[in-house]
Design a binder for this molecule. Structure first.
Ligand code: SF4
Length: 352
């Protein structure tokens, strides 16, 4: 297993200086390398400020954390997804989504997930391990290396529950802002409602945007979709979300995966509106058509039905948008690519 301190994006500037010194190079080289890797976001192999021999020696001493297993792109190259292998053999996923005005990377924070949300491919497969901060940040940089546009946004909506891994997610957030210059406001941390984690994130100095995956307006229905609701019911989650808004002055968004015949009834839109009315700063609901998985029988509602649900929320004073599922054809929902490649070898996708 790779020593966490010796991987490329785990190395701090002083650690880089020590490595450079060990290779008989002057200390200023470390600054050049650090600047190239972080501010300029270049792969080590393309840094023109150092010679090929030094690049090779550094590559051996500071290996990458992620080994690419698979890369798939679609939508004219605007959406790309990777499956990586991390130390210990676990697999995680990353998605890059580009549009005219932004490039967003969706990162995984854990290999697998212990939350067990019934509709989610990652939840169905169970928990493997927490990712280290360097493994999280490397996902952003490896995606950046493939795209011309500067990555401007990062969302923690891939595999795993980020607030269950705050010991690593917090330093990753700091690196994204201080190392890569991505404003905390352009980083979204999404949680299924880990209340102690929400409280801890409130005390964390960076004002990242918090997204709460609600998926249902009442505890009985939510417990069927999100088992964690038994420990942290909706009222506690909304209290913690209110606390976050008041402390950070940042709007909280609520994610709602729409499942046909389960949580897309108009009366549930009314119940959701009642719960969120008067939320500080105004609640914003993101409606997301379910990404169907083989381990869950639910299916996404028709676009018309989701539009009706959205209208109902809007009519009751709740800001609602429908999120387009980008990359469904490349399994760009968390855990889906991994589920596919975990299938017998003859079913593996070929590398793009
Ligand atoms: S939806 Fe998120 S929190 Fe729930 S099981 Fe999937 S990855 Fe984990």
């Amino acid at each position: 297993m790779t020593d966490p301190k010796s991987s490329r994006y785990a190395a701090t500037l002083p650690e880089l200086e020590a490595v450079v010194k060990q290779l008989g190079e002057p200390a200023f080289r470390a600054k050049q390398i650090h600047q190239g890797l972080w501010q300029q976001r270049k792969p080590l192999e393309t840094l023109s400020t150092i010679n090929v021999q030094l690049r090779d020696e550094l590559a051996a001493l500071l290996p990458l954390d992620l080994v690419e297993i698979l890369e798939r792109t679609t939508l004219g190259g605007m959406t790309a997804k990777w499956l990586w292998q991390v130390a210990g053999g676990d697999q995680v996923e990353t998605v890059l989504m580009q549009s005219a005005d932004r490039a967003t990377v969706c990162v995984s924070s854990q290999a697998g997930c212990a939350m067990g949300c019934t509709f989610c491919a990652t939840g169905q497969a169970g928990f493997e391990r927490h990712l280290r901060a360097s493994e999280i940040v490397e996902q952003v940089l490896r995606a950046q290396h493939t795209c011309q546009q500067r990555v401007s946004n990062v969302v923690f909506m891939g595999m795993g529950e980020p607030l269950a891994n705050l010991d690593e997610v917090e330093p990753a957030l700091t690196s994204l802002q201080d190392g890569l210059g991505i404003s905390a406001r352009k980083i979204v941390v999404s949680t299924v409602g880990v209340v102690p984690g929400m409280d801890r994130l409130r005390a964390f100095p960076l004002p990242v945007t918090l997204a709460v995956s609600l998926h249902a307006p009442d505890d009985a229905l939510r417990e069927q979709l999100v088992p964690l609701n038994r420990r942290y019911p909706i009222a506690d989650i909304l209290d913690a979300a209110r606390g976050y808004v008041l402390a950070k002055g940042r709007r909280v968004t609520f994610e709602y995966a729409c499942i046909s015949g389960i949580n897309d009834h108009v009366h549930l839109a009314d119940a959701l509106a009642n719960k969120l009315l008067g939320f500080p700063g105004g609640a914003h609901v993101n409606l997301i058509p379910l990404n169907a998985t083989t381990g869950f029988t639910g299916r996404p509602p028709s676009p018309e039905r989701i539009a009706t649900f959205a209208e109902r929320l809007t009519d009751r004073g709740i800001n609602a948008t429908v999120r387009r599922n980008r990359g469904t054809d490349i399994d760009a929902a968390c855990g889906q690519l991994r589920m596919r490649t975990s299938a017998p070898v003859e079913m593996r996708e070929s590398k793009a």
